[in-house]
Design a protein around this ligand. Structure first.
Ligand code: CU
Length: 150
């Protein structure tokens, strides 16, 4: 009986381990100084990725809004950001098909004290740029989402 219980516990532990590897939670912040706390985030291809994003500043969304927008590998962030600037009514997420096709995942735009999250499946191994699309922020608020092979 003891052996049976041990075997059961081992199997249960293995199942928990496998589930943990299938998913990853990444915590990120943005502040009133227009900065992310992370310039690099990582995941494994096919993993369920949850980005928990918190604005730790006090300024309202209209003055210092932040989001996290992950783009297809190789996308230049400056021209993309230019397409975002006029999209104020859509929280600076461009609505034209070409721009939309470049977005892998994005959070909502939030202001000081707010938090949000987005869950998506990590794409194929590679490097994916991310940025905040609030006008003028991408030059400082950008980074790399690095996906490694399984
Ligand atoms: Cu921002």
């Amino acid at each position: 009986m003891k052996k049976f219980i041990l075997t059961f516990l081992t199997l249960a532990a293995t199942a928990v381990g496998a589930a943990a590897q299938d998913a990853v939670t990444i915590e990120m912040t943005g502040n009133d100084q227009m900065q992310y706390d992370k310039k690099e985030i990582t995941a494994v291809e096919g993993q369920k990725v949850t980005i928990k994003f918190k604005h730790i500043g006090k300024l309202p969304k209209a003055a210092m809004g932040h989001n996290v927008v992950i783009l297809k590998s190789g996308t230049q962030i400056a021209p993309f950001a230019m397409k975002c600037a006029p999209a104020a009514a859509n929280d600076y997420i461009p609505e034209d098909e070409e721009s939309k096709s470049l977005i892998i995942a994005h959070t909502e735009m939030i202001g000081g004290g707010e938090e949000t999250e987005v869950t998506f499946t990590a794409p194929a191994a590679g490097e994916y740029p991310y940025l905040c699309t609030f006008p003028g922020h991408f030059g400082v608020m950008n980074g790399k989402f690095i996906v490694t092979a399984k």
